[in-house]
Design a protein around this ligand. Structure first.
Ligand SMILES: [Zn+2]
Length: 102
């Protein structure tokens, strides 16, 4: 098994107010970014990022703790090995309409 952390999964939802805490939109439970991925793990693809940018207007780099608003920028962060999340937990609600389970 690779050592890719949970945070690199496309289903991982970053929680900007906490360094390692995140939310798994597939299993509907909280997780941490560095934990071992579950069997639902799917690595982020550039297509996913493009899709998320089109739908939400931004993706989130957990490493830099900043929002990325274009594909070029997102690609730079990804290619530097940063953890980029498609979704961010906002307040109480979770925007999971894009990658909601089943
Ligand atoms: Zn970054």
């Amino acid at each position: 098994m690779s050592r890719v952390p949970c945070g690199k999964c496309r289903f991982y939802v970053a929680y900007p107010f906490h360094e390692t805490l995140g939310y798994c939109s597939t299993r509907s439970e909280f997780t941490t970014c560095s934990s071992t991925p579950c069997s639902e793990f799917k690595p982020l693809s550039l297509e996913d990022v493009e899709d998320a940018l089109a739908k939400h207007g931004f993706v989130y780099c957990l490493t830099c703790r900043s929002s990325l608003t274009n594909l070029e920028e997102a690609f730079e962060h990804l290619s530097s090995g940063h953890i980029v999340n498609l979704q961010v937990l906002q307040g109480e609600g979770i925007h999971e309409e894009v990658y909601a389970g089943d």
